[in-house]
Design a protein around this ligand. Structure first.
Ligand code: PEP
Ligand code: MG
Length: 553
């Protein structure tokens, strides 16, 4: 194996540690035959279940508190006598231990799913138990994010939002994935947790557990077994980089005082407290669908209101731009997403789900309005995946009818960028979702590592769509921000400002660096850099031209 792997650096920072791979859920070969008689197969399956239960007990003792209760309950499920009875019944029919476990869990699963929404939530726990027990019987690695009890570099094929919901940034040092592009959820998650990350990393699949690696999430390089001196030097350079931007504070401004609002992107509740501590003017993108992931049913208006209230209270007195549910495509939700859409990214996702289930959006807006009334945040609401001026205007009417005074549209579909002036005529602000805008402008799946270069936010065609949209804002005297991953690139931020955007919203960990980058350029510098980027032939050339012309910090 080469002594270095390269991929796309999607979240800057340097980390050194040992690799642990995320194992996929085990698949039981259809033709697996029992090795022994029914009694010995049953015994093997029950041993695996007991090992899982013992692991959960030990973990519960380690974590304590409320989390311990959840783990102990999961352990009790593994020891449930009716589960062992179902296993024994399956082996008596000639099933192998692994097949018997699958059959028994399937029985339980359907019973739970049918027992109402609360019990249906336990289905995910049950699947986790099954996968652990089956992996145990087959001698395969335990699926999911590993928990070795020490820090490590997580290596995976790709990470879905649900895989990483509980990922602990104090033990995961960096992320390296074989798949994924600059706007994939691995990239977004890594930035939100401040973890260095390299995606679309060729050869990552061959990395072995325990391999020492130095991950550079800015350069997109993974060094294998680096020498001590190299590690020391890289970590010292990283510290110096952090020291430079840690000194910046206050509202975003160019060197000549042109104001650019700096905001944070938030999703799951877990990062809320840390995001609220960041020196930013508020939230530019609250991805509400993260509250709904992993749920079999829609949260009630009261549950939603409680979640929104937590966010608004954390940002009391500041602006919070809430995006209504953006389900579908890479963020499927059990209770909304149509399973058999031939092309989900082009299907009924984002605001389009309101065509099919308008009451879902009504209930979300009701919950948002109630939470906004109870708290002191300045709540702005915007819809994802708006394509036409009419959609934007209709959405604004729905918001205003509930007393939500500021309603906007995301610009993620090229049609909305091309008609930005008409879209903005019917609402109060626009927010460019450059992740999806790149996906749709370049007809390139944002999860496809192979197409990462087309999804590069530096692509001049994408920047042209940003320019058109920002021009509409200038024409109407209304705000136009960027909340896609493009906003967190400190070299690209001055370009976006030069194109006319008025705010940048990004992962909390990127704010200080972007603020420092803007403070180094005047508004005229930003416009000059924007012209250079627009004139380039491709993303790589645009970045190089701007890097060469930028005023040094
Ligand atoms: C975007 O598409 O740029 C965006 C901000 O939305 P998401 O990444 O959640 O699709
Ligand atoms: Mg989007």
């Amino acid at each position: 194996m080469a002594d270095e792997l390269t991929g796309l650096g999607v979240s800057p920072g340097v980390a050194y540690g040992t690799v642990l791979r995320m194992a996929a859920p085990p698949v039981v070969p259809a033709d697996l035959r029992p090795e022994g008689d029914a009694a010995s197969e049953t015994a093997a399956a029950l041993r695996a279940l007991e090992q899982v239960a013992a692991f959960l007990d030990a973990k519960a003792a380690q974590v304590g508190g409320e989390a311990a209760g959840v783990l102990l309950a999961q352990g009790m499920m593994a020891r449930d006598p009716s589960l062992s009875d179902a296993v024994a019944a399956a082996t008596a029919q000639g099933d192998s231990a692994a097949h018997a476990l699958v059959a028994a869990f399937d029985l339980f699963r359907s019973a739970l799913a049918a027992a109402g929404p609360y019990m249906a939530e336990r289905v995910a726990d049950l699947d986790d138990l099954k996968n652990r027990a089956v992996a145990g019987v087959l001698g395969l690695p335990v699926p999911g994010v590993p928990e070795p009890g020490h820090p490590f570099v997580l290596v995976a094929g790709d990470l879905a939002p649900a895989d990483t919901a509980g990922l602990d940034p104090s033990v995961v040092l960096a992320l390296v994935t074989e798949e994924g592009g600059p706007t994939s959820h691995t990239a977004i998650l890594a930035k939100s947790l401040g973890l260095p990350a390299v995606v679309a990393c060729q050869g990552a699949g061959a990395l072995a557990d325990g391999q020492a690696v130095l991950v550079d999430g800015g350069a997109g390089v993974v060094l294998l077994s680096p020498e001590d001196a190299v590690v020391r030097q890289a970590l010292a350079t990283e510290q110096a980089r952090r020291d430079v931007f840690a000194r910046s504070s206050g509202p975003g401004r160019t060197a000549d005082g042109h104001a650019v609002q700096l905001l944070v992107n938030i999703g799951a509740d877990s990062g809320l407290a840390a995001a609220a501590m960041v020196d930013a003017e508020g939230v530019g993108l609250f991805r509400t669908e993260f509250l709904f992931l992993d749920r079999p049913d829609e949260p009630t208006v009261e549950e939603q209101q409680a979640s929104y209230t937590r966010v608004f209270e954390a940002f009391a007195g500041r602006k919070v731009v809430v995006r209504t549910l953006d389900a579908g495509a890479d963020k499927p939700l059990a209770f909304i997403t149509v399973a058999d859409e031939p092309n989900p990214a082009l299907g009924v996702r984002g605001l389009r789900t309101a065509r099919r289930m308008p009451e879902l959006l009504d209930r979300q807006l009701d919950a948002l309005a109630a939470a906004a009334r109870r708290t002191g945040a300045q709540v702005w609401v915007m819809a994802p995946m708006v394509s036409t001026p009419k959609e934007a205007a209709d959405f604004a009417v729905l918001c205003k009818a509930r007393g939500l005074p500021v309603a906007g549209s995301m610009v993620e579909v090229p049609a909305a960028a091309l008609r930005a002036s008409q879209v903005l005529a019917g609402c109060d602000f626009l927010s460019l979702g450059t992740n999806d805008l790149a996906q749709y402008a370049f007809a390139s799946d944002r999860m496809a590592g192979e197409l990462a270069e087309l999804l590069d936010p530096w692509q001049p065609a994408l920047l042209e769509l940003v320019r058109l949209t920002a021009a509409a804002g200038i024409e109407h005297g209304k705000p136009v921000g960027v909340c896609g991953e493009a906003a967190s690139d400190p070299l690209l931020a001055p370009v976006l400002v030069g194109l006319g955007v008025t705010s940048l919203s990004m992962a909390p960990g990127s704010v200080a660096e972007v603020r420092a980058a803007l403070a180094g350029q005047t508004k005229a510098d930003c416009e000059r850099l924007a012209a250079l980027a627009l004139a380039a032939c491709d993303g790589r050339e645009a970045r190089a031209a701007v890097a060469a012309a930028v005023r040094p910090a």
